[in-house]
Structure formats: C-alpha cells, structure tokens
Design a protein around this ligand. Structure first.
Ligand code: AMP
Length: 533
C-alpha cells in the first residue's frame, strides 16, 4: 500500500533526519537502528553494495578509502567521487542516504512512501537543487518538493509559536557555514526576503583557534611544532572541539590527552586549562565576521534591526553564549534558541508537506470525523452510516504558502535623472520580468548608456547602482526616432539579465548582474506550484 503521508527530510552534511505528521503532532521518525538522526555516511562492502548511516560509520576505520562523508558539499558541483577506480555522481551517493531513510520510514509505517519534502540550503544554486531532486528520484520518491532549510526552520517555529505577523531572522550557524535569512510571515505566507551567508565560516574555525592557541603554548614550552604532523593536528582538533563545546556551559575546561602522538620519537601529551574568557578573546575576530552576513541580509531586505521581531538560532555553533550575546546586542532582540537545532529543519519540512498542500486533501464526513485518505473515509461512511446521504466534504489543506520576492525595485536612469522602474519591489520572482521602451534625446545619437539601479528613490542616483553598459551602433536619426527596447529579467538563480535592442536596427547589447537581487531562487515548493502565487 502507498502511504498518503509525505516524509519531511533534512538531508544534512553530517547527519540526516526525517519527520512525519502523526495525528496533530510532528515527530522525528527513528531509523531502523532506533536513532532519530542517521549519519550522512555511505560506504561500499566487498560486493560493492552500499552501506549507509551508523553501519557505514562503524565500518569507516577499516574502510577509509571506501567511506564517503559530507557528500552534500559536492552535490551539483560537477565533482565526482572515486571508489575502487569507479567514479560516482554525488547525487547517486545522496540517493543511497535517501533510499535508507525511505526504507526505514516504510518499515515503520508498513506502507510505501512516495512523497517527500527535502530541504536544501538557501545558498544552493539551481544545479545543486536539481542534483538533490535527482537524488530523491533515484531513491524512489515520485513526488518531490524542495524547501529551503531556513524556511523549514521558520515554519517549525511558526507552528510552535503560533503564526503571527512578524519579521523573522533565521541565523543558522553550523560546522562549516553561516546562513542568515530574513523572512516575513503574514497570513500563513512565508516570504523569503533575503539570504546572505559565509560559506567559509563555521564551528571548525573556532576549533582551529583553540588548536593554534594550544599549539603555540606547546611550541613555547617545549619547542615542538605539533601542527607539522597531520595526526597530531587532527587529534588536537577533536580535543579543541570538545573544549569548545564544554565552554558553552562551563567557565573553564581542561584539554587532557596523554598521547597526542609522536614527534621525532618523542611522545607529545597535552594538559591545558582553557577559560571561556581566553576562548572568547582568541575568537573575537570570528564573532565579528559572524555578524557581517546578518548586517548584509537586513540591508538587502531593506530592513533595519528595529524591524526584527524574532531571531531564530539554528545550528550547533549558535550554542556558543558569545555568539548569542553578539546577535542579541546587534539586533536588540533576545534570540530564540531552538531546543532541537538538529531536528527543527526535518520537522519544518514535514509540516510543510502537510500544510502546504503537498498532501492536498482531507476528507470530512458530515458527522464531523475527518480522514486523511479517501479509502478510510469511504470505509467510515459504509460502516458508520451505511448510507449515501452523508455527503462527502473535501477540504484543501493548503495552509502555508512560501514565496520569494524581489526585495528592491530594479530600474534604469532616464534623461532627467529620475529612476524608471522595470521590476517593482515585491514582485514574485517567478514573474520578475519587465520591458520598457526608450529613445534618443539628441539628433544622430548612436550610443545609449543603460544604468542599472536598485532601490526606491525617485532619483536614480540616490539608489544603489548595480552596473551599467553602453548600447552602441544606433543608426543616426533625429532625436526621438529610434525605439530601444530594454528588458530586465531575473532567472531561476536570482541573477538579473538586462538586454537592450534597437527594434528597427541591429544594435543590441546585454548585461548580466551576478549579484543576487532576490531573496532566493524559486525552487521552494515549486512542485506544489505555490511560489509567487
Ligand atoms: P551543525 O552543522 O548545525 O550540526 O553544527 C555543528 C557545529 O556545531 C560543530 O562545529 C560543533 O562543534 C558545533 N557545536 C555543537 N554543539 C555545540 C555547543 N554546545 N557549543 C558550541 N558549538 C557546538
């Protein structure tokens, strides 16, 4: 039997999780090993068969060359993964993880599951999203919706806190990346205003700061350069990470390891005390960097900290008190810690599956009972009423809509210096295209400058200039004669394409503004056709 239910899947870099709506509750689903999270690790056994999750993790020490981790970093990038001389597409490896989750969910439910909402980082390009979708198809899902991770977190938050009108910042600081999204929630619509981030800043940088600090001390005391040896460095890094995690709750911690490794036949041990104060002083620059994407995201969204109602902290690195303080100081809002930062995304995906219309219908009998499946509804009518007079009431459940919009108007400068808008602020990005016609202002004018501005001021120069280009080769003619067609179009990746063309002549030119001019790309919920609706 095929289940009516859709799985919410957080396909993570290190761990993956799945959630399901059960009754009125959203719950993490345990895998066959009885754990709510499945390591995103794949290996191949001697017969070449895939082994996934905890079992792959357990086999890893004996099979380092046949164990694949953090495949999410490579999906959709064109990189392949080499195992035993055979090259695998990262989408195929991710498909193995999804296949296991699907199988485990099916053994729990006793039914086949064919629908999934799979989350992806907001910064994923169209290629990365496409590859993720392909992985889900390979795994056997046939109705797949991709949802941005921060949106999923916001939905889970909205569900817990009760949906309200608010401007929400999702600050997601993980092991290797920082992502900040600004969303607006109103009338059950989640509008992604902007996302910004740093793909090279994460918890591992804080571990590394401890590593450098302790290595300096060892070098100073004993003249040993522990960083020169890979093994020592790796061991010190895991000591550093544990110390960092301790310091999120303790004022002081010990780094103790009697056998860090050997250098020139000499055993190197570590015995260091690290206080939170010291840790915070050696990581001050990292915290400063961790603020930049927040400033950028608000700025891009045309919002100030005064507009922010809620800050949602997601990701392991937001457990650091100094990060929480820094974000609170900057925004003036006490951030909300999510209690289960590693589960909120899967739960949000399951909620989206249920509430967005991915599970479309509910069957309500006139007696008041409701059913997810038509079959159950019909059985009920037959058994309880045995009559046709209990007319069927079918309810749509599309309670949540997710969309991305153009956050600042886009246009060009005309002769008197005013700003001429081609794409209005607030336009859903699936409809973001605009064409206008211009002409020359001087006789025999053969070139025309096309300036691209972004903002709301009626004087072009008061807005942000994104780029410019010059259309050349306009045939000589009296002022006002030529007709120049200018089109602004935003593609699926949020990139602005500007074209200009003399419609009576041959002159044409174009420009691509690489800067992302929207909240995000439009793949959120595209299967449910709600983007921009
Ligand atoms: P994530 O990618 O969200 O799972 O986050 C992983 C990162 O969070 C790693 O760098 C962890 O070291 C870090 N992390 C997890 N728990 C804590 C904690 N209590 N305090 C500080 N960092 C933590």
């Amino acid at each position: 039997m095929v289940s009516e239910k859709a799985l919410g899947i957080d396909l993570g870099t290190t761990n993956s999780g799945m959630a399901l709506i059960e009754g009125d509750d959203v719950q993490m689903l345990q895998n066959n090993e009885g754990e709510p999270l499945t390591p995103s690790v794949v290996s191949f056994d001697d017969d070449g068969d895939p082994v996934v999750g905890r079992r792959a993790e357990n086999r890893a020490p004996a099979n380092p060359d046949r164990t694949i981790r953090t495949i999410k970093r490579h999906i959709g990038t064109g990189d392949g993964v080499e195992i035993d001389g055979e090259s695998y597409d990262p989408a195929e490896i991710s498909a193995e993880i999804l296949r296991k989750l699907k199988a485990d969910a099916e053994s729990y439910l006793g039914e086949e599951v064919t629908r999934a909402v799979v989350t992806v980082p907001a910064y994923f390009t169209a290629d990365q999203k496409k590859a993720t979708r392909r992985a889900a198809e390979l795994a056997g899902f046939d109705e797949i919706t991709l949802l941005n991770e921060p949106t999923a977190a916001a939905i889970a938050h909205g569900y817990d806190a009760g949906l309200d009108e608010e401007t929400l910042v999702v600050y997601d600081f993980g092991g290797g990346t920082l992502d900040v999204s600004v969303l607006e929630i109103a009338d059950d619509t989640f509008t992604i205003l902007t996302t910004s981030g740093d793909n090279h800043l994460g918890g591992t940088d804080f571990d590394e700061a401890i590593v450098e600090h302790v290595a300096d001390r060892i070098e100073g005391d004993r003249g040993i350069d522990v960083l020169a040896a890979d093994e020592l460095r790796a061991n010190l890094r895991s000591l550093g990470e544990s110390a960092k995690i301790d310091l999120s709750t303790a004022a002081e911690t010990e780094l103790i390891e009697p056998l860090l490794g050997q250098v020139d036949g000499e055993i190197v041990d570590v015995e260091e005390t690290l206080t939170r104060d010291t840790f915070e002083s050696i990581t001050e620059d990292l915290r400063e960097r961790a603020l930049a994407p927040l400033e950028q995201a608000l700025d891009d969204a045309d919002r100030t900290t005064r507009d922010v109602d809620t800050v949602l902290l997601v990701g392991g690195s937001t457990r650091m008190p100094a990060i929480q303080e820094r974000v609170a100081d900057y925004t003036g809002v006490d951030p909300e810690l999510t209690f289960e930062p590693d589960k909120i995304v899967a739960k949000g995906a399951a909620l989206y599956a249920e509430k967005s219309g991915a599970v479309e219908e509910q069957y309500a009998c006139t007696c008041g009972e409701t059913f997810d499946a038509r079959e159950a509804f019909q059985n009920h009518v037959d058994d309880a009423h045995g009559a046709a007079d209990h007319a069927e009431k079918v309810e749509e459940r599309g309670e949540i809509t997710v969309k991305s919009i153009v956050t600042r108007s886009l246009g060009t400068r005309v002769k008197d210096g005013s700003f001429n808008v081609l794409i209005e602020k607030g336009t859903p990005i699936t409809e973001a295209t605009g064409t206008k016609y211009y002409t020359t202002t001087r006789d025999d004018q053969t070139i025309m400058a096309i300036d691209v501005f972004q903002g709301e001021h009626e004087t072009a120069r008061e807005n942000e200039k994104l780029d410019e280009f010059t259309l050349t080769g306009i045939p000589e003619a009296p002022a006002g004669d030529p007709t120049i067609e200018v089109t602004f179009r935003i593609d699926d990746d949020g990139i602005l394409h500007v074209t200009a063309e003399d419609i009576d002549g041959d002159a044409e030119g174009s420009l691509t503004v690489e800067q992302n001019v929207t909240g995000t790309s439009p793949d959120d919920g595209s299967d449910t056709a709600q983007v921009g609706s």
